[in-house]
Ligand binder design. Sequence first.
Ligand code: PEP
Ligand code: MG
Length: 325
Amino acid sequence: VERELLKLTDLPAVTLDGHSVSLKGNVEFIEEVPSIKRHGAEGIGLYRTEMLFFNRDSLPGEQEQFDAYAAIVREMSPAPVTIRTLDVGGDKILTDLNLGDEMNPALGVRAIRLSLRQQETFKTQLRAILRASALGKVRIFFPMISGVGEVRAAKAIVEEVKAELRAASVPFDEQIEIGVMIEIPSAVIIADLLAKEVDFFSVGTNDLIQYTLAIDRTNEHLSSLYEPLHPAVLRSLKMVVDAAHAAGIDACMCGEMAGDPEYLPILLGLGFDELSMNAVSIPRVKKILRRCTRKEAEDVAAHALTYSTAQDVESYLKSVIAARF
Ligand code: PEP
Ligand code: MG
C-alpha cells in the first residue's frame, strides 16, 4: 500500500477539475526533511522550532539557531519553509523560560505571550530566521495569537530586527511573509481583523479544538469529546477561510486535522489553499484530492455544515468516502 501511495509523489496535488491545493510537511528536525520530500511535500508548512530549545541547560544562541534553520532552508530550497516562532508553555514545558507555576498553563504565559515578554530571546530567534531567509524561501508565523495587538507588537519587533540587520549589511528577504496561527477562538471571531495585518493564516486545529470545546488535548479521559467535526469547529474553519479570502490572503492548515484523508473533501470544499501534515499523510491526502472535483467538495462542505452533531457529520463523511473513493 505504501509503495502504491508513493507512486503519487511526483503527481501534482490537483483536483479532477484542475484546482491545486499545496500539500506541505510538518517537521521538527532536519532528519525529517528527506522523508517529507520523498512523500511529495511542496515545502514545509510548519517547522516547530521548540525542539531546539528542549532538553538543555541554556537557550540556543543566534548562530546555533541560524545553523539549524539554514540547514532546513537549504535542504528544501526552492520550496518554502514556514518557520514558527517559539511555542512553549501549555503542554510544551520548558523550565528555563516559563514564568513559574501556573494554575492553568494552557491559558498561561506561553507561545507569543512569552516571546513578547522575553524580547531578547524573541529577537535572537527572529535574527536567526531572517538571516536564514537569505538562503531560500522562508515564511515566519506566530503561535497562539489571540488579538491584533499581539500581531502588531510581534511585527514591530520583526521590523526592529530587520532594521538592525540592514544597518549591519546582513542579507535577508525584505519581502518575507508573516503569518499567524489561528488556534484560539478569539482569533477565529476576529479573523477579518487579523487578515488585514498578515500575509497568511495557518489553522492549528490541535489547539483550536482544545480551546473551542474546552477539552484538554492531552487528557485521555476526554478524547471522545475531542471532536474535529464538531459543528462549532467546522463553522470556525469556514469563518477563517472566508475571512482570509475576503482579504486576499492564503488560508492554510497545519494541525493534525489537515492530515486525515477523510476530512479532505470538507477542507477542500471550505477552500483551504494549503494543508501541512506528517510525511506519511501526504500521499494519502493527495490520493483523495486527485479524485475530487472542487465543486463536489464544496457541496460536501456545505452539506456537512448543516448537521447538528459531530457524529452526524462523521457518518455523512464516511458515506461520501465509501461511495466515491
Ligand atoms: C496546532 O495547535 O494545531 C498546531 C499545529 O500546533 P501544536 O500542535 O504544535 O500546538
Ligand atoms: Mg498549537
